[in-house]
Structure formats: structure tokens, C-alpha cells
Design a protein around this ligand. Structure first.
Ligand SMILES: [Zn+2]
Length: 54
């Protein structure tokens, strides 16, 4: 069985912004920390994330 996995959380390694994936709106939403709006965010989804799980 193969299923597609998608990250549901991500955070910026530069400014600390954190976001959650909103299934209803199909877009990222700020979770709690807005971070720096001028930051070119470097997203750290997870270190071990793999898009396809066997
Ligand atoms: Zn950032």
C-alpha cells in the first residue's frame, strides 16, 4: 500500500514563524508565531519527511 503523505506543520528556521496546513482552505495558515514578514522563510518541515510512504 502506498499513500501520499503531506506535511501539516512547518516552521521557519530563520524567524520562528510557524504555520499549519488548512485542509478546508488548501493553504498555509499562521499557527501562533507570525515571525518576520520580511523574512525569506526557510521552512523546516521535518528532517525525515518523505512524500511517499510504502
Ligand atoms: Zn521566516
Amino acid at each position: 500500500m502506498t499513500r501520499i503523505r503531506a506535511p501539516t506543520e512547518r516552521s521557519c528556521t530563520r524567524c520562528g514563524r510557524s504555520e499549519r496546513w488548512d485542509d478546508a482552505d488548501a493553504q498555509w495558515r499562521v499557527d501562533d508565531e507570525a515571525g518576520d514578514v520580511f523574512c525569506v522563510h526557510a521552512w523546516d518541515v521535518t528532517g525525515t519527511f518523505t512524500p511517499v510512504e510504502q
